[in-house]
Ligand binder design. Sequence first.
Ligand SMILES: [Zn+2]
Length: 593
Amino acid sequence: MPALTKFGLFLTEKGYLPKDFVERVNVRLHEFGDISPSAMARLLVNEYKVAHDTVYEALSKLYAFAILEIDPEGLDAAEIGQTKDILSKFPDDFKKKLFFHKIFPYKVQNGSREALMVLAADPTDKILHEIPQQTPYRRYEVFWSKLKTIEDLIQKISPQKNEFLQLLEEAGDVITDLDSTAEAEINEQALEEEINKSLLVNLFEGALVEAVRKDASDIHIIPANKNTVDTYFRIDGKLSLWHRQENTAPEALAAVVKDRSIGVDRFERDTAQDGFAQRLIDEHLIRFRVSILPIVSAEYERRFESIAVRVIDDRKVIADFRKLGFQQQAEREFLKSINTSKGIVIVTGPTGSGKSTTLMAALHQIIKPEINVLTCEDPVEYVIRGARQLKISHKMSFDQAIRSILRHDPDVVMVGEIRDKITADIAVKLSNTGHLTFSTLHTNDAPSAITRLYKMGIEPFLLAYSINIIIAQRLVRKLCDNCKRPLMKEHWKAAMELGLQEEELAAGKIYEPVGCPKCIAGYKGRINIAEALYFYPEIRAEIVSSSSDINEERLRAIAEKHGMLSMRDSGIERIREGLTSLEEVAYATSEEE
Ligand SMILES: [Zn+2]
């Protein structure tokens, strides 16, 4: 067992955390290489769910940062004025970046050495070093404050606004007024059309901003009837109604969306169209992919369209592999599979199972300036710093791009999806010529990915020796910590059928969703469950010996003997950890796609 780090010792000696727990965390910390106090702090908060304030208070004491607790509600007008004055001297984008990092420039200290007092939830955050370059304050002093204090300060002094929604509210009033002044001499209809148009522009633009802030993955704009149109957000995988616009023809809103997107024809209403848009939201460039489909309506003379907008926010790319939260053995084998110079790493699962998030994080784990990382995806979703991402267009197809990769001297390649024999052949060839290759497939579980590749026409021998690991994964919704409750007795039977023991149910550690203002129907955020099939020699031998078919059951049995959790067992572990519910796991691991 590796010796405790300085921070590890500090945590135990000062009584912040129990020694045996810190020792366990310490083992895990050493598995990753970076054993700095900051890495340990991140591990404790992100993976072991230790309270942010506990960890960073200790880290602050280790580094001898002063601690400052203030009551945001107790600030008087003069203090608020002074703070706003300081903030006005910060460039807007830098200010927002600091807020994002939970850092708050509080006041200027009096005395001969004038210095800016900065409150930070993590005083070791490197972004603090940018203050002298980005602001007029050459000297600053960092204090540690609780996370909630800083969040409250930001909310009180510099709350986020959605100006489109404000305009929408104001416009709503105007329309009501118009109805009541029916005798006015103005051309009401023309005026109403004008106002309606600006209202719809605000509705669309407001939806884009809100979707980003609410962490929605998609926006759906759907006609409800001939003069009502609904806007839904998909958050944590589930659609929910965000706004119902009445007294508006759905065609009018569709026209506004088309007008404000690139690459779509406003007057085309009979075919599928794909366009895109980009907006600067909270000082960050967000891209949107817009898909428009003609749909049938009950009124034959009307031509309705359904609109789906995918939100592409590069900030959501998880650069820290540990944040993916794979269970121990899966994570260890995954890391082993990517920290090598060759072989294929496959992530498989249905659409929306988080495959690309996992691949992005894996790539970030290994990207270095001295290696050439090439990606070939259609379409490119996220921009990856440090990688060269091929651009698919009408001049270069996916197949052409894939073939040209081999001639571009790569070290690591990411192929968006193995979709046919051509892509599969190239992935195998890359692997056999000493390249690490990442890709995805669409299968329900890990063993069936091997069958899929075999059926594409790849020889068992090549399959066996070119693949490092196959990860099958799903996302399940996380129970809201604020309102989850121990599973009611009437649901115990179902729980026991899933393999849980009566004792653990009686202990009250298995939870079910309730629902509160902080969550959606008892859930908030998502976590993955996964089946990680690592290519042990025994697995390779089994694949090589297959004749007419791949024996998935035998492969599964061998892998489980080596400790692989099946998708369902991985989910049951998550239930035992109190993180998700029976329904979520049952739903995610049911057979049909
Ligand atoms: Zn809740």
